[in-house]
Each structure stands twice: as C-alpha cells, then as structure tokens.
Design a protein around this ligand. Structure first.
Ligand code: ZN
Length: 124
C-alpha cells in the first residue's frame, strides 16, 4: 500500500487537551523571568532540564523546582507559543527538539480562541 494521502506532511502532535492534562498532572508552576535571569538559570540547570537549540532561550523546564520558566520580555502571543513548546516537552520528554518545534507550530494553528485565552491566562 502506498502512502498516497493528503496527510503525508501532517505531524502527529498532541492535542490541546493532552497538553493541558500533562500540565495539570505535572503540578508545575509557570513563572516569568527576565531573559538574562532565565539564561543564567539555563546555564546552571542540571543536564536533564530542557534547554533549546536556539541560543535565545525563551523557555525552560526546571524539574527540581517544579517550574516552567518563560521569558518575560516576549509578547503575550510569543509567551503562549513558548508555553506550548514547553508543554510538548512535558507531554513527551523523549521528543527531539526539532519535532517539538514543528509540533508547536501545528498546535498553535489548532487552538480555538478559548484555548488560546486559557494559555494566555496561564502566562499572565
Ligand atoms: Zn525545546
């Protein structure tokens, strides 16, 4: 059977509900940090903390503190996107960084206004 479908480029990303559940079950708290402080925390963070290939660190998961750090200087929309990125890491810790990047874009496209509003509330 050939893979001749319209869904060849569709990425299997987690749903909003799955990300929300992963967040609630983690018990993590979302905190905003000035960019410089977050970069410092990333340098100090243990090996298993989630860091990102991009040198401009926008978000960081700190498992020991139970904190998801988000760069405070980002626009509200970029904070939401950063949070989605971190929640995908939480949802599946084994995912490679570029898959998380792709999935973040896909999830952002699927968000309803209410879901987007919920995430905005979380980072406010
Ligand atoms: Zn990442």
């Amino acid at each position: 059977m050939t893979n001749n479908t319209n869904h060849m480029n569709t990425i299997q990303h987690p749903t909003f509900g799955q990300l929300k559940r992963a967040f609630l079950e983690s018990g993590f708290e979302i905190r905003r940090f000035p960019r410089q402080e977050l970069e410092g925390l990333a340098l100090d963070a243990p090996e298993h903390s989630k860091r990102h290939a991009d040198s401009n660190i926008m978000g960081l998961i700190m498992p020991d503190e139970g904190v998801i750090g988000i760069t405070a200087e980002l626009s509200a929309d970029d904070q939401v996107e950063t949070l989605v990125h971190e929640l995908i890491h939480l949802y599946d810790e084994e995912l490679p960084e570029d898959s998380v990047e792709d999935m973040t874009e896909e999830v952002m496209l699927t968000l309803t206004p209410a879901q987007h509003g919920f995430l905005r509330f979380l980072v406010s």
